[in-house]
Write a protein that binds this ligand. Structure first.
Ligand code: FES
Length: 160
């Protein structure tokens, strides 16, 4: 399995930065970057990362099962993550998540039919002081209201 030249270069640099025998430390960042390019953590990708990092595919598979930011299913172009953990829940995170479900017409870890949006209810994202918080791809949004979420979604729809 090969990746884009830019990603291949990034992986080569990454593997060089670890001492000999410690390439296993590259498993998580490699999975995250590869997921962005491939669209999902596929069985083929797991095998490839295991080979490059010198570990067993089962070990990589266990890592994928542990980290919620790694997804075996293809995500939407825009992955909307709504936090419903305690700080966000206390200021409307749960209602915001329900609003997102209705707005997008999908449930947790589902993707819209056009492949544009996916939705996920997530645990604390470390943005408690700005709750309720939403992350769309790698962009954080703070003090999100249903109206603000509608605008974010509409702006992304219009961007396509
Ligand atoms: S509880 Fe939502 S960001 Fe911490």
């Amino acid at each position: 399995m090969t990746f884009s030249p830019a990603l291949e270069q990034r992986f080569a640099k990454m593997l060089e930065s670890y001492p000999p025998g410690k390439q296993r430390s590259a498993v998580v960042p490699m999975l995250i970057y590869a997921q962005d390019e491939v669209g999902a953590v596929t069985p083929e990708l797991i095998d490839e990362v295991a080979r490059r990092c010198g570990v067993e595919p089962l070990q990589v598979d266990e890592v994928v099962g542990y980290y919620s930011m790694l997804h075996r299913e293809r995500l939407g172009k825009y992955h909307v993550q709504v936090c419903t953990n305690i700080s966000c829940m206390l200021v409307g995170g749960e209602q915001l998540y329900q609003h997102a479900r209705e707005k997008l017409g999908i449930g947790n870890k589902e993707t819209t039919a056009d492949g544009q949006f996916s939705l996920e209810e997530v645990e604390c994202m470390g943005a408690c002081s700005w709750a309720p918080a939403v992350e769309i791809n790698y962009d954080f949004h703070h003090f999100v209201t249903p109206e603000k979420l509608d605008k974010l979604i509409e702006d992304l729809r219009n961007k396509q």
